[in-house]
Structures are given as structure tokens and as C-alpha cells.
Design a protein. Structure first.
Length: 266
């Protein structure tokens, strides 16, 4: 049986620091009251960036050695060039005050130094080891709104429907029929996200490339993805709940026993 195809939609975001890739989600942040007791920490910086609707680039380190200093220079230079302006924070993993940040993003065993790019919605859009850090990779870590939604859902171990359609595509309503019925099913509702994407939007070019989708397509298309980034099925035109569900069960059976592959709804 042929397994579902894989795409690299989250490889850069979570594949380089294994813990988040393994757990698929981060620990929810503490209430605001806790922020006052942990001022100037990475966890507070995450909250503040989210409130300001800005990206946060976190430079996480443990030893102040040459590798750390070299990576930090690249980090500072790269972050300064990001537009719109992003926030940044340096986090010493060995500092007890940073325990919340370390636990939230499961960084206990991550390679140091490490850079995390965190979108305003909490999605990790890049995890870059210090040895691999370049200004270009930092700039590339800023994702499109739809990519941010997709990453957030996948990192929360959810199924996701990426619905590629706009005012010019045909069969829009028929393409959404099976998707909406799937989402309405109680066994899938809480663990399924729907993201509508305009295929002609140049900001979404990277996402379309990942999906191998045609930005000039004349018919609506739908992709069903499962953690950690498996394409379960792609459908052009009309969808049905029965067909989508059958594709999911087939993909789950094909990758049975592979950790993190096509995880079923909880």
C-alpha cells in the first residue's frame, strides 16, 4: 500500500529541535499573574510579542563560547533586517528564571545555541541550530498568514484542510461540502482546522510550492494534511466526507507504527 506523501512544510519549523517535533505542541503559557513574577524572561517576551502581533526571534544558548558569540552576531544582524520589525530575546537555558520558556518549548535537550522564530499566533516557524544560522534563513523564517495557521494546527497535532480557492475558481461550494461535513462530525471537530488560501496571492507562493499546487488553477482544490506534515489526499473540485474519511483511514493504516505519522484525532 502506498503511503501518504510527505511535504517539508514544518521541517524547518520543528525538525531541527526534536522535542517539539516529538510532542507536536507546546505547554500553554502561564496566566498573566505569573508574568509579573518572571519579568525579563523568554516566556514573558513570547506573551508580549503575541500581544503586539509581532514575530519573536529567540536566541537560546547555554555557554558563552565562540560558537555562541558568532551565532549571536549573525542573529542580531539578521533580526535587524526583518520587516515588519520583529522582537528578539536572548535566553540562557541554564538560568532558573527561564524554566517556563524551556518547558513551554521543550528545550531541555535541544542543541545549543538555537534560534526559534515564533509567529504571533504561537506557531514555531523556524528552529535553526547555531551552526546553520544565516541572515537569509532568519529572513525566510517569517511565514505567510496561511502558513502560520497551518504550522500552528500541525504543531497542535491537528488535521488540517487547506482549501485553495478564490472568486475565479470553479466548484468552490462543492469543494467545501465534504470538508465542512468532515469538520462537523463530532469525532473530528475539535481536532480539525480549515484554512482557506487564495492560490493567486503571491504571499502564499511558498505554501503552494510545498503543496505542488498551481496558482493559476481554474478549479478549487483541497489538501488534507495530518501531523507532522503528511499529505493525506489532494482533491480537485467537489469533495465528500466519505471519500476524505476513507483517505485518512488508508493513510493511517499505511503508516501504522511510524511515530508521529498521520496521528488520528485525540
Amino acid at each position: 500500500m502506498k503511503t501518504a506523501a510527505a511535504i517539508s512544510i514544518i521541517a524547518a519549523a520543528v525538525g531541527l529541535y526534536g522535542a517539539v517535533a516529538q510532542t507536536g505542541q507546546s505547554t500553554p503559557p502561564k496566566p498573566a499573574a505569573a508574568a509579573a513574577r518572571t519579568a525579563n524572561t523568554g516566556a514573558l517576551a513570547v506573551r508580549q510579542a503575541a500581544e503586539a502581533k509581532q514575530y519573536l526571534f529567540a536566541f537560546i544558548y547555554e555557554e558563552n563560547n565562540e560558537a555562541t558569540r558568532d551565532a549571536r552576531k549573525t542573529f542580531d544582524a539578521g533580526v535587524a533586517k526583518i520587516t515588519p520589525a520583529a522582537k528578539s530575546v536572548a535566553v540562557d537555558r541554564s538560568d532558573p528564571n527561564e524554566k517556563e520558556m524551556v518547558e513551554q518549548f521543550k528545550l531541555e535537550a535541544a542543541p545549543m545555541p538555537l534560534v526559534l522564530a515564533i509567529a504571533p499566533n504561537g506557531a514555531v516557524t523556524a528552529g535553526i541550530k547555531g551552526a546553520d544560522l544565516t541572515e537569509a534563513r532568519l529572513l525566510d523564517a517569517v511565514a505567510s498568514p496561511s502558513m502560520e495557521q497551518c504550522l500552528k494546527a500541525l504543531q497542535e497535532r491537528k488535521l488540517i484542510f487547506i482549501c485553495l480557492q478564490n472568486a475565479n475558481t470553479k466548484a468552490n461550494d462543492r469543494a467545501m461540502k465534504g470538508v465542512n461535513e468532515f469538520k462537523a462530525d463530532a469525532q473530528y471537530a475539535e481536532e480539525t482546522e480549515i484554512v482557506k488560501v487564495d492560490p493567486s496571492d503571491p504571499k502564499e507562493a511558498k505554501l503552494l510550492a510545498q503543496l505542488k499546487a498551481d496558482p493559476k488553477a481554474k478549479t478549487a482544490s483541497t489538501a488534507l494534511l495530518a501531523p507532522p506534515g503528511m499529505i493525506v489526499t489532494k482533491v480537485d473540485g467537489a469533495t465528500s466526507k466519505a471519500t476524505l474519511e476513507a483517505s485518512l483511514k488508508k493513510a493511517m493504516a499505511a503508516c501504522s507504527g511510524t511515530p508521529g505519522c498521520c496521528s488520528p484525532p485525540k
